[in-house]
Design a protein around this ligand. Structure first.
Ligand code: SAM
Length: 281
């Protein structure tokens, strides 16, 4: 069982981080303010927003049964780009659950501007304790969010609880590789204020234990490398402007942190990909 105090402190640190003006500026300006996850790049110098949108389309290909009568929960929804995409493409209802109210406010605004307020609902909550009844969603979706938890087993059991029997769980997460040596990722972990990353083996073991079957794992570790290198390059190019917005310390730490992700990927210690699990009916 994860340590309650430790998990609560990780949540508080994450909330303060994503609510800060610096993080909001960085994610809005450099990552595009719509999607903030790893992109799928056709070439290493492709636009971050285009590559990030391709990730949403690719993950959505795993849940293309969705239709108007279905309900989806996005855990760790950020600015809600995926929720708006799913509601537009399939007409389904999407609940965007997210810890950062700064991001939630932008999500509500963008959703209203897109005329989707009747289909996309924004919920301020912690995915370690999902509000609402059991067995009410047809699919749970998550992109690059579960890494932030200090209690990942609890997130997975909450996902299992709220999914209907036969429901689908699709997610991406930056992970350490199953054979990653201990301690080599400390610089990466320090930047995101965590003790550990999950691994593909962690998700398989825990989800099978929660009565899920694995439908697919599309492993795309090289895209994690492409993404952090591209974001780092853009930040370098706009360094002066971003120092004006976020301060020199923030930008310096960020460039260093992004470099650690690139190094971890180059050494084969980090991976990323699209998992698709189905809860037994
Ligand atoms: C890298 S962002 C990804 C956002 C979004 N999924 C996307 O792809 O654009 C990680 C997100 O996880 C959210 N998050 C982190 N810890 C959370 C928690 N305990 N409960 C709910 N959301 C959380 C953050 O607020 C942030 O929006």
């Amino acid at each position: 069982m994860p340590d309650e105090v430790g998990a609560a402190s990780v949540t508080a640190t994450t909330e303060a981080y994503y609510d800060s003006d610096e993080a909001d500026s960085f994610y809005a300006e450099i990552w595009g303010g719509e999607d903030i996850h790893i992109g799928i790049y056709r070439s290493p110098d492709e636009d971050v927003a285009a590559a990030s949108a391709r990730t949403v389309e690719t993950v959505a290909g795993h849940v293309d049964f969705l239709a108007r009568e279905h309900r989806v929960l996005d855990v760790g929804a950020g600015y809600g780009g995926a929720g708006r995409f799913l509601a537009t493409k399939f007409g389904c209802q999407v609940d965007c659950l997210n810890l950062s109210e700064v991001q939630n406010e932008r999500n509500r605004l963008l959703t209203a501007q897109a005329g989707l307020a009747d289909r996309v609902h924004v919920v301020h909550a912690n995915f370690e304790s999902i509000p609402g009844p059991s067995a009410c969603y047809d699919a749970v979706w998550s992109q690059d969010a579960i890494l932030h938890s200090g209690a990942r087993e609890r997130v997975l059991s909450e996902v299992a609880r709220v999914l209907k029997p036969g429901g689908h769980f699709v997610f991406t997460d930056p992970m350490q590789t199953d054979d990653c040596p201990p301690d080599v990722l400390q610089p990466v972990l320090d930047r995101i204020h965590l003790d550990s990353l999950a691994s593909p083996g962690f998700y398989r073991k825990n989800l099978v234990g929660l009565d899920f079957e694995e439908v697919a794992f599309q492993e795309l570790a090289h895209q994690l490398r492409n993404h952090y290198a591209r974001v780092r390059q853009l930040l370098e190019e706009r360094r002066g402007e971003m120092i004006g917005r976020c301060g020199v310390d923030y930008v310096t730490r960020l460039l260093e942190g992004l470099g650690h992700w690139v190094n971890g990927a180059d050494r084969g210690h980090l991976t990323w990909g699209i998992f698709h699990f189905r809860k037994h009916g």
